[in-house]
Design a binder for this molecule. Structure first.
Ligand code: GLU
Length: 275
């Protein structure tokens, strides 16, 4: 069995969900973002290239528009995202001395050759200038994405786009379990997954968190997309700072290992094969 070695990863996409950005579902909080920002800075000091995929726009906008209904219409979600997106970026900027940059993408952008090539070049240029790209969906126009999509998928697509070698999905659960840990106390954390097949996908449970868009299934599907492109994935608990042991070559979550060598030439070309 392979052992986890953080040193081998140089180009890392970190995805952080709304539950960590806005734990109360209404505004940005430093509670989980500050330690994650420190982890990012540590990675950067180790010469690793970091791209952050951050959710939280809808939640961050909530306090401003204060919609009356619990169930938000698509229009309301898009309006909330438009208000909240700048709050999310300003929130992240506070933790970094270097500049951060907002990169808003849609699935349609990723499928369009020239637009995705432009996005790739922009991300490259930002990294060359030591600017931290912070990616989110362009929710205002991404109807399908806001309705069905999730940032786990976006993060995997971005990882393929920039030929990343590791995707870290920071969740509010510890990783992939043998059963639903909220219902079954005997459920065990799976440390390593070699192949994401139907039986592994069936372990994906619906999210227990009403603020989150995706559940474990979307994380597994994202990891599967990454794996198909030779990119490893770590699914870990961002609330307990379970990304920190990575710096000591320990994986405290679930490590999805790709057996394929990263095909850098091919990765960009075939990145749109996500179902
Ligand atoms: N783009 C949405 C937002 O920023 C979140 C989508 C997701 O978390 O999957 O609120």
């Amino acid at each position: 069995m392979e052992t986890f070695n953080f040193e081998q990863y140089q180009n890392i996409v970190i995805k952080v969900g709304s539950a960590l950005i806005a734990p109360d579902g209404m505004s940005c909080s430093t509670q989980y973002c500050l330690p994650l920002a420190n982890f990012i800075k540590k990675c950067e000091s180790l010469e690793k290239r970091i791209t952050l995929v951050s959710s939280g726009a809808v939640a961050a906008g909530f306090n401003t528009l204060r919609p009356q209904n619990d169930t938000l219409s698509l229009d309301e979600k898009q309006a909330l995202a438009a208000v909240g997106q700048s709050k999310v970026i300003n929130h992240w900027q506070r933790f970094f001395d270097n500049h951060v940059a907002q990169v808003l993408l849609t699935a349609a952008d990723m499928q369009n050759h020239s637009r995705s090539a432009n996005a790739h070049r922009t991300l490259n240029t930002l990294h060359q200038h030591r600017v931290l790209p912070i990616v989110n969906e362009n929710d205002t126009v991404a109807i399908e994405e806001l309705k069905f999509g999730d940032n786990d998928r976006l993060a995997a697509q971005v990882a393929c786009l920039i030929n990343a070698d590791l995707l870290i999905i920071c969740s509010d659960v510890d990783g992939v379990f043998t059963d639903n840990p909220h219902l079954n106390p005997q459920a065990k954390l799976i440390n390593t997954i070699d192949t994401i097949d139907e039986s592994v996908l069936s372990l994906g449970q619906n999210s227990h968190n009403p603020q989150a868009t995706g559940g474990m299934l979307t994380k597994l599907l994202a990891a599967q997309l990454a794996q198909n492109h030779g990119i490893d994935t770590v699914i870990c608990n961002g609330k307990t700072e379970a990304y920190l042991p990575l710096l000591q070559d320990q994986c405290a979550g679930t490590w999805v290992v790709s057996d394929k060598p990263l095909d850098r030439e091919n990765a960009a070309r075939i990145r749109n094969t996500y179902p």
